[in-house]
Design a protein around this ligand. Structure first.
Ligand code: HEC
Ligand code: HEC
Length: 333
């Protein structure tokens, strides 16, 4: 500013100051707007997650799901399909069981026996993450799995039956219901309260004998009566290829849901009781499923998968009952 008069210098300084002040206000305004629009944050997370689409495992977020109110199911054909899907989930055996009115392809159980309240209850195997995370890569089959494939997986294993035609009215209705349940969940997000809440490992093997004591004291009054309650084992129960046959799934499910009336906010069983009763129930006889085609890549078998061969040197016995800490550590290395 050497060649400028004092007046000109003052003018330059003044205009530069104005520019700085203007920038200052723009920054402050941007900060205020971003605070006010706090709801932008999950969207941003979604964008970041979407860039990582090659990661096929569902992404867990701090998103908590709430099932939409049933009264908001639309009227007309679309709504009818959703309602039929819900009815099939709640009263499966009536339509698909041994005396099913549509087909006889499954056992006496209903999807709802495990997916409580038609798949809407927190940590009771709800369907919160179905729309947002399927199709997804599954290590069990080594393939991309659609919602229809996953439903047939439960029909073949949890209901010890056979799958439905992918384009059947029943399959399309169940898919429509699940998509409606998950309609507000951002893509690729697995809500916090979806599925099963897993328990911390015990530092010992789960003990079927201790579990029998839990069963006799806290389960048998209902489950001993298989006319009125779903069976926990035997020919009408889930087969040994089902998700509940893995004791980490069983323990996590039962802890937050059994005895009937329990929930994650109202827990009855201790962790030990849940693990031990899981060991007891999954030591009882049940239908067998040929699983020779599963887990082609042995290193992806879950640590509590009870059938070898394994990619590690732990026994079938330890993979079934634990202790799991050592196996988990070996798998991380
Ligand atoms: C005996 C219990 C049981 C029954 C009955 C059952 N399921 Fe499942 N289902 C499970 C378990 C356990 C899982 C989770 C398994 C896992 O992830 O390893 C599951 C998972 C699912 C999933 C995937 C959910 C997700 O978030 O990835 C769908 C979809 C599903 N079941 C649909 C059904 C339908 C439809 C029926 C009835 C035709 C049914 N299930 C019956 C136990 C059951
Ligand atoms: C008061 C009765 C009652 C008691 C006690 C009870 N349950 Fe259940 N249980 C139910 C009912 C009812 C369902 C099915 C829920 C539905 O269809 O909505 C169920 C479902 C289940 C299921 C999933 C379906 C199946 O049959 O595989 C498991 C596993 C289970 N209970 C385990 C247990 C265990 C373990 C105990 C003891 C710690 C226990 N329950 C105690 C009533 C009971």
């Amino acid at each position: 500013m050497k060649n400028l008069s004092e007046r000109e210098q003052a003018a330059v300084i003044f205009s530069r100051s104005m520019v700085l002040i203007a920038i200052f206000f723009v920054v402050i305004a941007a900060m205020i707007i971003s605070v006010l629009m706090g709801s932008e944050r999950p969207a941003l997370t979604t964008v970041l997650v979407k860039q990582n689409v090659s990661e096929s495992l569902p992404v867990t977020d701090d998103y908590t799901w709430k099932a939409p109110d049933e009264s908001t199911i639309p009227m007309g054909e679309v709504g009818e399909e959703i309602r039929y899907g819900k009815e099939l989930i709640s009263n499966t055996a009536k339509y698909l069981g041994p005396k099913g009115s549509v087909a006889q392809i499954a056992n006496v159980m209903n999807c709802q026996n495990c997916h409580h309240e038609a798949g809407t209850k927190d940590f009771a195997l709800n369907y919160a993450a179905v729309k947002s995370t399927y199709p997804q890569f599954k290590a069990r089959s080594g393939t991309l799995v659609s919602i229809a494939d996953r439903i047939n997986g439960c029909l073949e294993r949890s209901l010890n039956g056979s799958g439905l035609d992918t384009n059947s009215k029943e399959m399309l209705a169940m898919i429509a219901y699940m998509k409606w349940l998950g309609k507000d969940v951002p893509d690729r997000i697995r809500p916090k309260n979806a599925g099963i809440m897993k328990l911390a490992f015990l530092d010992r093997a789960a003990d079927p004998l201790k579990g029998k004591v839990v069963y006799l004291g806290k389960c048998k009054t209902c489950h001993g009566n298989t006319k009125n309650y779903p069976p926990l084992w035997g020919e009408n129960s889930y087969n040994d290829g089902a998700g509940l046959y893995r004791i980490s799934n069983f323990a996590g499910f039962v802890k937050n849901n059994m005895p009937f009336g329990a929930s994650y906010q109202h827990i009855v069983l201790s962790d030990e009781e849940a693990w031990d009763v899981a060991a007891f129930v999954n030591s009882q006889p049940r239908p067998h499923k040929d699983q020779a085609e599963d887990w082609k890549d042995l290193s992806t078998k879950p640590i509590d998968f009870p059938f070898g061969p394994y990619a590690d040197n732990f026994s079938e016995e330890q993979h079934k009952y634990g202790p799991f800490e050592g196996i988990a550590r070996a798998h991380k290395n």
